[in-house]
Write a protein that binds this ligand. Structure first.
Ligand code: PMM
Length: 279
């Protein structure tokens, strides 16, 4: 299973990869405010690389439930210095977490090679064109509504089937816009317009998201449903259950893991793979 980005090709056939999370925002739920100083963000990113992250996902707009959108200029002011400095300091693959085509284009110019669009092409009609033109990797995530509205009584008749159909439609739209299908990865969007029960159902049905043979990305790290199940209010305390889900998800076909605590999850992946894929 191949995943192409603008600058490289990941062979995910027998090996998953960790995408470290760097949110340059004052209000993200687990790391909000920590990385507003670019130097601190870059240092943290480089530590994630040393810990085994092969991708860093950089976001300048909070996506927590109820979050208010930020303007393009502010988003660029937050992310560009961090992308530029990381690009100079490391060969790690840089991903830009944005719903705006103009931000994605500027980020790729500055050295990003993957576009992580949590709206799955629904927020900005120019996004697929930027991905096609730049040859960037493109993560298509499922979200119901927008971060501001997504947790208001989310309902589905069949959550797995509806999300698989929506991701299939997004893949087809990307292909129509000229995106190389080998550049696409899909993500069921844990916590984005889903109840705790929906999240658990999606985790039970992960193999259903292997759409057109594309790699599946999963983001459960520190999310609130873990806290609800385990009674953990501190997001950092959710790192151990996150690692448990990484092992489960690797066994059920996921190949790209969006993670805050990189090292333990790298270990979980390599351990699962030693069992699943003996040399
Ligand atoms: N989750 C968050 C932000 N971006 N992108 C993808 N592809 N998948 C996710 O699950 C995802 C994402 C929210 O989590 P954060 O506040 O820790 O960044």
């Amino acid at each position: 299973m191949i995943w192409r980005t603008r600058n490289r090709t990941f062979d995910l056939t027998t090996r998953g990869v960790i995408m470290g999370v760097l949110n340059i925002t004052p209000d993200s739920f687990s790391d909000g405010g920590r990385f507003l100083d670019p130097a601190v963000a870059v240092e943290t990113g480089l530590q994630m690389v040393a810990d085994g992250a092969e991708i860093l996902d950089i976001g300048g707009e909070s996506t927590r439930p109820g979050a208010v959108p930020v303007g393009t200029d502010e988003e660029l002011r937050r992310i560009l210095p961090v992308i530029r400095q990381l690009r100079e300091a490391s060969r790690v693959a840089i991903s830009i977490d944005t719903m705006k085509a103009s931000v994605a284009a500027a980020a790729v110019d500055a050295g990003a090679e993957i576009i992580n669009d949590i709206s799955g092409l629904r927020a900005d009609p120019g996004m697929a064109g930027v991905a096609a033109r730049t040859g960037a990797g493109l993560v298509l995530m499922h979200m119901r509504g927008t971060p501001r509205t997504m947790q208001i009584r989310p309902e589905y008749r069949d959550v797995t089937a509806e999300i698989a159909a929506s991701l299939t439609a997004a893949c087809d739209e990307a292909a129509r816009a000229g995106v190389n299908s080998e550049c696409i990865a899909v993500d069921p969007g844990i916590g984005f317009g889903k109840t705790m029960e929906h999240n658990l159902t999606l985790l039970r049905s992960l193999p259903r998201f292997q759409i057109h043979g594309r790699p599946v990305l999963l983001g459960v790290s520190r999310k609130s449903f873990l806290g609800r199940i385990l009674g953990l209010t501190d997001p950092v305390a959710r790192d151990v259950p996150t690692t448990a889900i990484t092992a489960w998800a690797r066994q059920h076909g996921v190949r790209i893991f969006r993670i805050h605590a990189v090292r333990d999850n790298v270990h979980a992946l390599r351990m699962m793979e030693a069992i699943l894929e003996p040399e």
